[in-house]
Write a protein that binds this ligand. Structure first.
Ligand code: URA
Length: 195
């Protein structure tokens, strides 16, 4: 049996939520994880980037996107004139699935307790979903990445954009050009919002 933590809807701070999440035992990933990987960056950020799940490096460090894919994400941010301190970076689930398998539905559902409140506290103006798994999970769709890219979606009133996962770009560098176009479109929507 698990103790369901009593977490009041977005009443505390992001740090409070992170502290509560750090001892989460709502799913069995708690047995195999090293660290709960909550999120990193600027809590006031306009744009929140959302990946799939922590990998090995992230599990060890307790921070999202610190491995090779993370280094590429940093370069992607630099390309649009941003850095980690200006945006906020998180994942759909907070604990590493063994051998980096896709998150299971029950794990996503359990972690949604943290996910929803985290976004409620962050109140981003835009979210950018990295890769098929994050996009399908957050947008609750089975559509392939190809049909989700290039148009705006909605996540609880927040405009959501979909692009390739940096780990995929490491394997398929020929897609970097399209990824660059995606980031430019994200940036131009951000400029519109900033006025
Ligand atoms: N891949 C992800 O989706 N998230 C991370 O934090 C690292 C790699």
């Amino acid at each position: 049996s698990v103790d369901i933590p009593v977490v009041e809807a977005a009443s505390g701070s992001l740090e409070d939520l992170a502290r509560q999440a750090s001892t989460c035992r709502l799913c069995s990933l708690a047995d195999t994880r090293t660290n709960v990987v909550f999120g990193v960056g600027n809590p006031q950020a306009d744009i929140v980037f959302i990946g799939e799940a922590p990998g090995r490096d992230e599990d060890i460090k307790g921070e999202p996107f610190v491995g090779r894919a993370g280094q590429l994400l940093d370069r992607m941010l630099t390309a649009i004139g941003m850095d980690r301190e200006q945006v906020y970076i998180m994942n759909t689930i907070k604990c590493r699935p063994p051998n980096n398998r896709d998150p299971r539905v029950d794990e996503v559902q359990a972690c949604n307790l943290w996910f929803e409140q985290q976004l409620e506290l962050l109140q981003p103006k835009l979210i950018c979903l990295l890769g098929r798994v994050a996009a399908q999970t957050v947008l609750e769709t089975d559509s392939p990445l190809g049909s989700l890219r290039g148009r705006w979606h909605d996540y609880q009133g927040i405009p959501a954009w979909v692009t390739y996962h940096p780990a995929y770009l490491l394997r398929s560098p020929q897609q970097k050009q399209k990824s660059w176009q995606d980031l430019q479109a994200l940036l131009s929507r951000h400029r519109e919002i900033r006025g």
